[in-house]
Design a protein around this ligand. Structure first.
Ligand code: GDP
Ligand code: IMO
Ligand code: MG
Length: 441
């Protein structure tokens, strides 16, 4: 029962979508396990750009099933639109998509509150997709789940209780709260559209794994946005790291045999919060324009900076990453000399690990300088063809982080990828079924 997880190791937008799309031909199933339409995963196929927000990035490969696990928060409006787009591309055969009946539903007032609250100098800079309020409802046990959309009376009852919670919040901002009847009808209709695809995805996945199917989990966001491990409170509201795949999809953690971490060759962050290696200068601008660093979900310009190896090493450790994929190395060609952040300085001390929580906004990066290269990388057919300066840059990253870089992406298109191989290759067949137990033995 081999399962592989692909995770972001920074603040999101590392290029996970491209990598999951490329690895999907080796998998039987591709699964999203957390987050929602805050994610924007971009694929470029023969020059055409496709962005997925909810449906896993394996969707273009017809033979692979796409599963949306119960750890996700699903906006039915976005989901129906993505399913319709798949249908228009003739990608939507019966049983191809499975949506968890237990996933939580993002409602119009979640989006409204997300936007109303996220203002001013302390704003998180959320994607305004209603993610935070929906996960709040989940934890408060007031959430609407996908299966509720299939039962009129149950839905109305739960929506009423849910609206009672949010009405005063919305009134505080002087806005009108959505009205129960119209919302219930709209969400019942959306539930009807989704009904052919809804089921117990956890049960289905456990069985698929028992049968030896290869399951590829697609992380959303990145480790530094994780609600526990990231730069709290400037984080998203879910568990984004590899262990979240087990909880968010309902499979044994013992089945996850490999974790692939995706990192950019530099760092970006969209939204507020600490970013030790941020460049507020001409180099930051150069990275943004060379890397086309504008959000796939919101279109916002991404903040740009040097690669932060303290954060990357942390992400490798907490995820159990055994191999890295580096994307966007091509963007560094012709930018001049480069820097890598190898440690932080905090209260006069050198930190090789992430700082204490109150230190995130205070740390200063300690850099090593690297000679850059001017040659474009797109035409390189293997790592040996990279300029020596690029090879030195990669070797130092591997050394500081303690993890090999196995794949390097040098362009947005599928073809601009070096070193890609079957991510399930060499994984042992583990039998994690509980053994029969007897006091007599
Ligand atoms: P994700 O959220 O991790 O899937 O990443 P996004 O799709 O939000 O952002 C990554 C962006 O970089 C997308 O526009 C990709 O098409 C693009 N991209 C991915 N890999 C490369 C690469 O190696 N080079 C360049 N230039 N662009 C890339
Ligand atoms: P992918 O999967 C980049 C960021 C938001 C904000 C914070 C909280 O494409 O890598 P939220 O809407 O989740 O409450 O916002 O998290 N954020 C992302 N940044 N990529 C993402 O997803 C993100 N998902 C959330 O910008 O800072
Ligand atoms: Mg993205």
């Amino acid at each position: 029962m081999p399962a592989v997880v692909v995770v972001g190791t920074q603040w999101g937008d590392e290029g996970k979508g491209k990598i999951v799309d490329l690895m999907t031909p080796f998998a039987d199933v591709v699964v999203r396990y957390g987050g929602g339409a805050n994610a924007g995963h971009t694929l470029v196929v023969d020059g055409h750009r496709v962005v997925f927000h909810l449906i896993p990035s394996g969707a273009l490969h017809k033979q692979t099933r796409c599963v949306l696990g119960h750890g996700m928060v699903l906006d039915p409006e976005v989901l129906v639109a993505e399913l319709e787009e798949m249908e228009a591309r003739q990608l939507l055969a019966e049983g191809r998509v499975l949506i968890s009946d237990r996933a939580h539903v993002v409602l119009p007032h979640h989006r409204l509150v997300d936007r109303l609250r996220d203002q001013g100098s302390k704003a998180i800079g959320t994607t305004h997709r209603g993610i935070g309020p929906c996960y709040e409802d989940k934890a408060a046990r007031l959430g609407i789940r996908v299966f509720d959309l299939l039962h009129r009376e149950r839905l109305r009852e739960r929506l009423q209780a849910n609206l009672e919670r949010w009405r005063p919040v919305i009134a505080h901002f002087g806005e009108a709260c959505p009205e129960l009847d119209a919302m219930a009808e709209r969400y019942l209709a959306l539930g009807q559209k989704l009904s052919p695809w809804i089921g117990d995805t956890g049960h289905w996945l456990r069985r698929a794994l028992d049968q030896g199917q290869r399951v590829l989990f697609e992380g959303a966001q990145g480790a530094m946005l994780d609600v526990d491990l990231g730069t709290y409170p400037y984080v998203t509201s879910s568990c984004v790291v590899a262990s979240g795949a087990s909880a968010g999809a309902g499979v044994s953690p013992l089945g996850i045999q490999r974790v692939v971490g995706v990192t950019k060759a530099y760092t970006t962050r969209v939204g507020g919060g600490p970013f030790p290696t941020e460049l507020d200068d001409a180099m930051g601008e150069k990275l943004r324009s060379a890397g086309k660093e504008f959000g796939a979900t919101t279109g916002r310009p991404r903040r740009c900076g040097w690669l932060d190896l303290v954060a990357l090493r942390f992400a490798v450790q907490v995820n159990g990453v055994s191999e890295l994929v580096m994307t966007k190395l091509d963007v560094l060609s012709g930018l001049g000399d480069l820097r890598l952040c190898v440690a932080y300085e905090y209260e006069g001390q050198r930190y090789e690990e992430v700082p204490p929580p109150e230190g995130w906004g205070e740390v200063k990066p300690i850099y090593e300088d690297f000679e850059g290269w001017s040659e474009p990388l797109e035409g390189c057919s293997d790592f040996a063809a990279f300029p020596a300066a690029a090879r030195r840059y990669l070797a130092r990253i591997e050394e500081v982080v303690g993890c090999p870089i196995r794949v390097v992406s040098v362009g947005a298109d599928r073809r601009a990828t070096l070193g890609l191989r079957d991510p399930f290759d060499g994984l042992p067949k583990l039998d994690v079924k509980p053994k029969a137990f007897s006091f007599k033995s």
